[in-house]
Design a binder for this molecule. Structure first.
Ligand code: KIV
Ligand code: ZN
Length: 386
């Protein structure tokens, strides 16, 4: 396969890793709706579900495969024949099908989850890839809990599954355990030590248990991974998965990384709200990129600097992520400059002495009230400059 070496493939797992969160379940029509939005956003791969897990998931993978044209449609399996048979069946209408199979790679998982040995697990992984290849050309292998796996064993596993035909190798930090330099070093080790590593794309799949999912994903990309597995708003098991909007905007903002995606970033705000609403998962106000406060400026020092030159306090333009607009929020920490900005907007072009009077009254009001709106400002002017 020939790849643009600087392109990062976006693998969305909102409908699989995200949807398995309690309370986030969607019916097939809701999933189709989100899948179409993901297609418009420009994602490369949609993980549509885990078909063997339930008839609903099986059916959703069938319907999504019919409804979506451009992205690869991926279905998850464990490393066994039945899971793979069911996934292949569910993918029968996909224009570009991918089977995502895998098994635990850490000694913890090998011993206490599978009651097995490294040799046996390696053989099961290889067999699963070979079996999936009978159905589809595109087979992704995940080495679950790779974040805590012995690096030499992990390298052997990766080498063996590539030899068996894996086109993508996923190195999940399933428990969100790694530090960014540790995770980045793992990817570099694999790049430097696995035979034929360039025959496959290395994928990063990071969970957010320590709040490091995005940082770890970026570290992986800096060290040679070229696919990132992520969700809208970072939803997912426990503390969530890597947030798509964060990774994509980091790559877009830091041109020096020399990595790019094909995502239409102006769609982020809409899809964030759509997923949040459908999955009953509110977006925290201070969430990077799409949180309600992500482009609000409320302290006097910041507001003053922002009004002089937006770039003093704005590294991303709100319109680049489809955010309605930046906001100068009036609070008791706001300065005269911010107040004047809003009074001018309302048509009250006050001279300095009048502005001073209104500003003193504004501070008293702002100390006693959450948020000052246009009605409050009109009232202040009417009451104190009458
Ligand atoms: O977190 C994980 O390891 C996973 C795999 C099933 C890919 O979600
Ligand atoms: Zn996961």
């Amino acid at each position: 396969m020939l790849h643009d070496p600087n392109k990062v493939y976006i693998f969305d797992t909102t409908l699989r890793d995200g949807e398995q969160v309690p309370g986030c379940q969607l019916d097939t029509n809701q999933k189709i709706d989100i899948a179409k939005s993901l297609e418009r956003l420009g994602v490369d791969v949609i993980e549509a579900g885990f078909p063997v897990s339930s008839p609903g998931d099986f059916n959703s993978v069938i319907e999504l495969s019919k409804a979506v044209n451009d992205p690869i449609i991926c279905a998850l399996t464990r490393a066994n024949k039945n899971d793979i048979d069911v996934a292949a069946d569910a993918l029968r209408y996909a224009k570009r099908p991918r089977i995502h199979t895998g098994i635990g790679a850490s000694d913890m998982h090998i011993k206490t989850k599978f009651n097995s040995t490294r040799e046996e697990i390696l053989a099961r992984g290889v067999e699963a890839v070979k079996y999936a290849k009978k159905y589809v050309e595109d087979v992704e292998f995940y080495a679950e809990d790779a974040g805590r796996a012995d690096i030499q064993f992990l390298a052997k596993m990766v080498e063996s599954v590539i030899a068996a035909g894996a086109t993508v190798v996923n190195i999940p930090d399933t428990n969100g355990y790694c530090l960014p330099d540790q995770y980045g070093s793992k990817i570099l080790y694999l790049k430097e030590n696995v035979k034929n590593i360039d025959k496959a794309i290395i994928s990063v799949h990071c969970h957010n248990d320590l709040g490091l999912a995005t940082a770890n994903s970026i570290a992986g990309l800096q060290n040679g991974a070229r696919q990132v597995e992520c969700t809208i708003n970072g939803i997912g098991e426990r503390a969530g998965n890597t947030s798509m909007e964060e990774v994509v905007m980091i790559l877009k903002t830091h041109k020096s990384l020399n990595l790019h995606t094909q995502i239409n970033t102006q769609g982020f705000y809409d899809i964030s709200r759509h997923v949040s609403q459908q999955m009953h998962m509110p977006v925290q106000p201070n969430k990077a990129i799409v949180g309600g406060n992500a482009f609000s400026h409320s302290s006097g020092i910041h507001q003053d600097g922002f009004l002089k030159n937006r770039e003093n306090y704005e590294i991303i333009k709100p319109e680049d992520v489809g955010f309605p607009s930046a906001a100068i929020v009036l609070t008791a920490r706001s300065g005269r400059h911010a107040l004047k900005h809003h009074l001018d907007r309302l048509g009250h072009n006050l001279e300095k002495a009048h502005l001073d009077i209104v500003y003193q009254q504004f501070l008293i009001l702002a100390d006693s009230k959450q948020g000052i709106d246009d009605h409050d400002l009109n009232q202040l002017v009417a009451l104190h400059l009458a």
